[in-house]
Design a protein around this ligand. Sequence first.
Ligand code: URA
Length: 243
Amino acid sequence: MPLSTRKREVLHQMGIPIWVPRQRSPAQDPLIERATDVPAAPPQEPAAGVTVAQIPVAQMDWADLGARVASCTACAELAQRRTQTVFGVGDPKASWLFIGEAPGSEEDRRGEPFVGRAGRLLDNMLAALGLRRGEDVYIANVLKCRPPGNRDPLPAEAAACRAFLDRQIDLIQPSVMVALGRVAAQSLLRSDAPLGRLRGREHGFRGVPLVVTYHPAYLLRSPADKAGAWSDLLLARSRALRG
Ligand code: URA
C-alpha cells in the first residue's frame, strides 16, 4: 500500500532509507506512450516507497515542496544561521505572484515573507490595486533563507533555490508576476541589466508575463519613485486582467 506523504516525510526525517522502484523512461520502454501522443497525465501520488527526498522538485505537490524547503541544507551557511525557512504565503491559485529577493530578520523570525516595514508598504501597494495579501495574491522570495546581515543572495544560493521557486510558479500558474527590486528581477531574468532597463515593459517567465518594479524597501528610502512603481503596477494589472 502506498505510504502517505506524512509517513514518507517522517521516515525521511528519521533517516530511514526506503526502497525506491527504478523508473523506466519512455525511451527505454516502447510500451510507454510518448508525451506528445497523449494528454498530460494528472498528478499522481508517488509510487510506494519513494521518499520526499527522492521525488524530483518539479513533480512535487505543495506539501512535499514545503517539507523539502524546510529541510533544505543546500547552502550550508544559510541553513546553519536561519531561524526557519520562509516558504511563501498566499492563495495557491493566485492570479498575482509577487517575488522579492530573500527574507530579512523579521521574516526569518516569523516565517512569512514581507512582514517588516517593507512588507507594510507592499500591503499598501496591494491595497491600491484592490488586492489583499492571501486573496488572489501569493508572495514568495528568490531565496527561502535569510542571508546573514541581509547581504544580497549569492548567485550560487539563488541557483540552489531556483527549482523551489520554479515549482511554486508552476503550481500557482499566476496570470502575472511582479519582480520586486533589482536582485529578484536580475535573478529571475538571468540578466545583469540595471533595474531602469528592466522596468517599464513586459517580460516572460515560464510562460507567465513578468513586470519588474522597485523593491518596497527602496521605495521607503526614495518615496519620489512611488509614482514609477505605480505605473509598473498598472502595467502588471493590465496583464492580470488579460490573463
Ligand atoms: N525583502 C524581501 O525581498 N523579501 C522579504 O520577504 C522581505 C524583505
